[in-house]
Write a protein that binds this ligand. Structure first.
Ligand SMILES: O=C([O-])CC(=O)C(=O)O
Ligand SMILES: [Mg+2]
Length: 221
């Protein structure tokens, strides 16, 4: 397998060859036991797979009409770079944090996808854009009188998982992973090896090898 020359090749390779369980296993092996976002954050459609660089967004609760509705939301969207993932978190999730217009903006700018620790709305209009969005589910309640963006491209922490700008985000139907930048080369290389090993173990088991013998031989489950 040729080594990816740039981020785009890396993201394509990951989407083609990897899945969150193998990457999560390698992170565990490196002692990074807390890199999955909460399991409630799910793809809007099962087939969605996402690889890109985190552009974290910090949100807070507000109560009622604001002098500057949405805070820095449009600024955050308008500086998204190709291959980045809009990762939004904060407040008590009293409304939708994502929708049709936000999808169109981020997608048109070449962003790789969105991950919100909260709800989305405009479900049919987002899905027809065929672009990966991960959220806690559907809820139409409007955000302008309930939340605002106070900062972006800043570190955030989601239930103990730290996300720094530029960290690698990989997400599929089994979860959303944050891969710290300083570990990504090792993690991806070892995850590719483990994925290959898992294919081999399955073949051997299908050919009659016992689970115990397979684990003894390969150390993979
Ligand atoms: O207002 C929101 O939070 C999201 C929304 O409807 C859109 O992006 O179209
Ligand atoms: Mg909308």
């Amino acid at each position: 397998m040729s080594i990816p020359k740039n981020d785009l090749e890396l993201f394509e390779l990951m989407k083609r060859e990897l899945y969150t369980p193998v990457i999560g296993d390698i992170l565990d092996d490196l002692g990074r036991f807390h890199q999955f976002l909460p399991a409630a954050v799910q793809p809007m459609k099962e087939h969605m797979v996402l690889a890109g660089r985190a552009m974290p967004v910090n949100m807070i609760d507000v109560y009622g009409k604001q002098d500057k509705p949405f805070g820095l939301l449009t600024d955050a969207l308008d500086q998204l770079q190709p291959g980045e993932v809009y990762v939004a978190h904060g407040g008590h999730m009293r409304c939708a944090y994502w929708g049709e217009i936000l999808t169109a903006t981020a997608r048109t700018r070449g962003a790789a996808g969105a991950v919100v620790n909260g709800y989305h709305r405009d479900t049919p209009q987002v899905l027809e854009q065929n672009w990966p969005v991960f959220s806690r589910g559907r809820f139409a309640q409007d955000s302008s009188v309930r939340t605002k963006v106070v900062d972006y491209r800043c570190p955030i922490e989601v239930e103990g998982v730290w996300i720094n700008p530029g960290d690698l985000i990989f997400a599929d139907q089994d979860g959303v992973l944050v891969i710290p930048r300083e570990l990504e080369a090792e993690v991806v290389e070892r995850a590719l090896e483990k994925a290959k090993g898992e294919k081999l173990v399955r073949k051997e088991i299908e050919a009659g090898l016992s689970s115990t013998a397979a684990f003894q031989k390969y150390g993979i489950l």
